[in-house]
Structure formats: structure tokens, C-alpha cells
Design a binder for this molecule. Structure first.
Ligand code: 5GP
Length: 120
């Protein structure tokens, strides 16, 4: 499958500094910022800086350095936001079935309250 990245998506604009964001962490290859419509007391989006549409695109085509940086960034956000003890959920929606709204890979980090059971 050929991945087609739309550089007009809202997170691309955030990365270019065209739209403001509430940054919680920035690394060489990743950016983490608060979701504009938080679903929990902690709701942070972690994105790679590279033009990747979704998780499989990133996992299959990003460099080892980008993957290591992004994986660490997600862990660092969990630590920084203090959700390690109480627990948290990470989610990445992809494509139509996954109801992905923004076509730039993002991991939602949710925590700070009981999140309920998602999978039965
Ligand atoms: P998706 O449904 O694609 O997994 O989630 C996209 C997320 O991006 C949603 O939770 C939505 O609230 C968030 N979002 C959409 N536009 C903006 C924006 O301009 N700034 C920020 N910080 N979050 C956004």
C-alpha cells in the first residue's frame, strides 16, 4: 500500500508553527501537546515530526532513530504527566474504521481518571 500524506492536515500545521499548541514535550523527532478537546484530566497527543499518516506507516517506514525517539517520548509523557501510578490508556486511531480525524500519526495518552473498560 502506498501511503499518501496530506501536508495540509492540522498537525502538520502545528509542526510548521502555523497553529498554536500547548506543548508538553519536544524531542528531536517528536512533539507532544495537549488535546484541544480533552477527554480526561490528562489527554496528550504525541506525534512524530516526520510525515507519517498512521501507526503502520510509521512503524514500517520510519528510521530506527525516529521510532526510538517516539517510543521514548510516549513514555516520557506518561512520566511527566504523572499517570504511571494511577494508570493510563494509549490509543492510536487509524483510517476510516478507526475513525481517525487527523491524518498524521498520533498517540493519545489518557489518564487522571478511571477510564472504564474498553475491550470486552
Ligand atoms: P483522532 O480522532 O484523529 O484519533 O483524534 C484527533 C484528535 O485531535 C482529537 O482528540 C481532537 O480533539 C484533536 N485535535 C483536533 N484539532 C486539534 C488542534 O487544532 N489542536 C489540538 N491540540 N488538538 C486537536
Amino acid at each position: 500500500m502506498a501511503y499518501v500524506y496530506d501536508d495540509q492536515n492540522i498537525f502538520a500545521k502545528i509542526l510548521r508553527g502555523e497553529i498554536p499548541n500547548d506543548t508538553v514535550l519536544e524531542t528531536e523527532h517528536s512533539l507532544a501537546f495537549r488535546d484541544i478537546q480533552p477527554q480526561a484530566p490528562v489527554h496528550v497527543l504525541v506525534i512524530p515530526k516526520g510525515p507519517y499518516v498512521c501507526y503502520d506507516h510509521f512503524a514500517l517506514e520510519a528510521s530506527d532513530a525516529e521510532i526510538a525517539d517516539f517510543t521514548r517520548a510516549v513514555g516520557e509523557v506518561c512520566k511527566q504527566e504523572g499517570v504511571q501510578d494511577g494508570g493510563y490508556r494509549i490509543i492510536s486511531n487509524a483510517g476510516e474504521a478507526g475513525v481517525q480525524e487527523v491524518p498524521h500519526l498520533h498517540i493519545h495518552v489518557l489518564g487522571g481518571r478511571g477510564l472504564g473498560r474498553m475491550l470486552q
